[in-house]
Write a protein that binds this ligand. Structure first.
Ligand code: NAD
Length: 262
């Protein structure tokens, strides 16, 4: 049977429930995505890098708020290919073969002007933000191809679309994700799989918390909708791209930035 997107009802038999992987969901945008997609009715395997207590607290809280939610936390550093494969295996063991989607969210930044940027900061960002999604997609493909249906959503950034001073490493990785997205879209379309990217603008999370107040104020002035984005704004777009309504959209980049770059 060809899997179809779930209807929003939680299926109490996990092996029949379509499931989704969300990387880096112990906090921020990833957590909002995992929470939203659990509410949409998918089983969720989410990964985190190191904060086990945070990840388990999220599982407990969500299961309390949404009785019947099928949610599994798995420790995996996405910059390690073997860990990515293990995450998919763990999801398969828990939820079965009906993998419906992958949300490549995990990411880091190590900002600084390129002239002074440490090699380590270039490599870490490329490994996590670009190789990580590539490893994850490769690990998921056997299941998605066999199912002849599915969705991949990669979280890029407006920095990847337009560049950003102080983010050469991050912008390069996030631009690379766009090439990855379009190539995977072309390679998998004949099997009913779509692959799209979302380019968030300024979203209020730990990642943007570190910016000085003056920089935040300057960015706010450039946002047409005059507010910073919230993780749920990105989760809503992810939910749409995973839904049946997005079946005819592939290889695209959806900017979710409140009009930051118009
Ligand atoms: P965050 O720092 O709050 O959360 C990042 C998540 O990624 C965490 O759960 C962390 O554990 C996980 N992670 C980091 N490195 C990992 C690794 N090697 N392996 C596994 N997990 C790892 O950041 P956020 O703001 O929620 O960002 C989420 C995604 O959105 C990132 O890809 C980021 O680049 C992108 N993004 C964020 C913004 C923004 O304004 N916050 C804007 C554009 C794009």
């Amino acid at each position: 049977m060809t899997p179809t997107a779930p209807t929003g009802k939680i299926d109490q038999t996990p092996d029949l429930q379509p499931w989704v992987i969300v990387t880096g969901a112990s906090r921020g945008i990833g957590q909002a995505c995992a929470s939203r997609l659990a509410r949409d009715g998918y089983g969720i395997l989410f990964t985190y890098r190191s904060r086990s207590a945070e990840a388990q607290a999220f599982v407990t809280d969500l299961k309390q708020a949404l009785p019947g939610a099928a949610l599994l936390a798995f420790q995996a550093d996405v910059s390690q290919e073997a860990a990515c494969r293990s995450a998919v295996e763990a999801g398969k063991a828990c939820f079965g073969d009906r993998l419906w989607g992958l949300v490549n969210n995990a990411g880091i930044n190590r900002d600084g002007l390129l002239l002074r940027m440490k090699t380590e900061d270039m490599e870490d960002v490329i490994k996590t933000d670009l190789l990580g999604p590539m490893y994850m997609i490769k690990a998921c493909l056997p299941l998605l191809l066999r199912n002849r249906a599915g969705r991949v959503v990669n979280i890029s950034s407006v920095s990847g679309l337009y560049g950003n001073a102080g983010q050469a490493n991050y912008a390069a990785a996030k631009a690379g994700i766009l090439g990855l997205t379009r190539s995977v879209a072309k390679e998998t379309a004949s099997r009913g799989i779509t692959c799209n990217a979302i380019a968030p603008g300024f979203i209020q999370t730990d990642m943007t918390q570190a910016l000085p107040e003056k920089s935040r104020e300057a960015i706010l002035q450039q946002i047409a909708l005059k507010r910073f984005g919230q993780p749920d704004d990105i989760a809503a777009a992810v939910s749409f791209l995973l839904s049946a309504d997005a079946a005819y959209i592939t290889g695209q980049v959806l900017e979710v930035s409140g009009g930051l770059t118009m």
